[in-house]
Design a protein. Structure first.
Length: 360
């Protein structure tokens, strides 16, 4: 791979080259001119010994100046073209983007100036990200509208039925309406968490907690459901103090436990915690079926659901795992997914160790 030249070095090289060429023209040209004048022209010797400027002297100065100017212009235009061509391409594309054409790209530069090539590449990369963000924004708006439409339509229909006397005001109906309202509340909260991940508006209430007690607290809520589906729960929990938001950690575990109830077929679940290096971790592992590799890249993106999830539980929103990722990133950590050799799913929550054993 050819190494790209640095712009400052290119300018310096061209200016030095220009200077040396002009000096060479002046010295060599003057020497040749007067050699020709002395040796071949009549009266050349006397002209050479004359201290006064002659017409020939002035002609030579004019010719040398014109040649030097031409050489200077040549190198200046050549260097300017190398610099201005990619800059003009970036400026034109930037104007197109400002007018709403996010598909505009600067023409690829093959200049020997490394900085110019890097500028064009960085600009095109920025434009690509802007277009991707705009596409994602449109998809988000469509997905949010789609998810909100169903519960709002149900609420409107039931309330209109009550007003028109179609439905009797019975406790069961009000309970159903309350359930729809709670569903809307949960959806709005999930959207707030996802959209605020990493932002200044999303805050955690940190405290020193024992992860063993926090995990057990989250698990106790699901034990009746796990027992009803005859799940085998394996726990490898240990006392472990951590600085975190316990309610948000429980929220993450709630999503993982709920997904295990819905999608895990071999009904065995392993839950353990510990410390690896400088990170706390909590692992929730089932025995399958695993998530296809092609879908794993978008697993934690909002409103993304695999075909198996859509067919087995079509009422889901596809926000749970994106909420988990947002919460873990707010903790300075992350959530990861991996397949076990037996095609099971392993979700790992991890975040930096802070204030470990401060209460001991």
């Amino acid at each position: 791979m050819k190494k790209e030249s640095i712009l400052s070095r290119q300018i310096l090289t061209h200016m030095l080259l220009l200077t040396f060429i002009i000096i060479a023209i002046v010295i060599l040209g003057t020497s040749l001119f007067y050699s020709f004048l002395i040796d071949y022209l009549p009266g050349g010797t006397s002209a050479a010994n004359d201290d006064n400027m002659t017409l020939l002297d002035w002609m030579w100065i004019l010719i040398a100046s014109i040649i030097s100017l031409a050489v200077s212009l040549f190198f200046t235009v050549k260097l300017s073209a190398r610099i201005l061509k990619p800059l003009n391409a970036v400026a034109y594309s930037l104007k197109q983007i400002s007018q709403g054409n996010l598909s505009a790209r600067a023409a690829s530069s093959h200049s020997q100036l490394g900085e110019m090539n890097q500028l064009v590449n960085d600009f095109n990369e920025m434009a690509e990200k802007l277009q991707t963000l705009d596409t994602q924004r449109n998809l988000w708006n469509a997905a949010i509208a789609h998810e909100l439409r169903t519960p709002v339509t149900i609420l409107r229909g039931r309330l209109q039925g009550l007003v028109e006397g179609v439905f009797e005001p019975e406790p069961a109906l009000f309970k159903n309406l309350l359930k729809q309202t709670e569903g809307l509340t949960n959806l709005i909260e999930d959207l707030r968490v996802v959209s605020s991940s990493g932002g200044a508006k999303y805050t955690l209430i940190l405290s020193d907690v024992d992860l063993e007690a926090t995990i057990s607290n989250a698990l106790d809520t699901f034990l009746p459901d796990f027992a009803a589906k005859k799940f085998k729960i394996i726990t490898e929990l240990q006392s472990q103090h951590s600085l975190c938001d316990p309610l948000r950690i429980i929220q993450c575990l709630t999503v993982l436990f709920d997904n295990a109830l819905k999608y895990s077929v071999p009904q065995t679940l392993l839950i353990k915690n510990g410390i690896i290096g400088n990170d706390h971790f909590i692992i929730v592992q089932d025995e399958g079926p695993g998530i296809p590799e092609a879908f794993q890249r978008s697993l934690f993106q909002p409103f993304q659901r695999g075909e198996y999830a859509k067919s087995s539980h079509p009422e889901g929103w596809g926000l749970g795992l994106s909420v988990v990722q947002a919460i873990m990133r707010a903790h300075g950590g992350n959530v990861t997914y991996s397949l076990t050799p037996e095609n099971g799913s392993t979700f790992k929550l991890s975040w930096p160790v802070q204030g470990v054993n401060r209460l001991n």
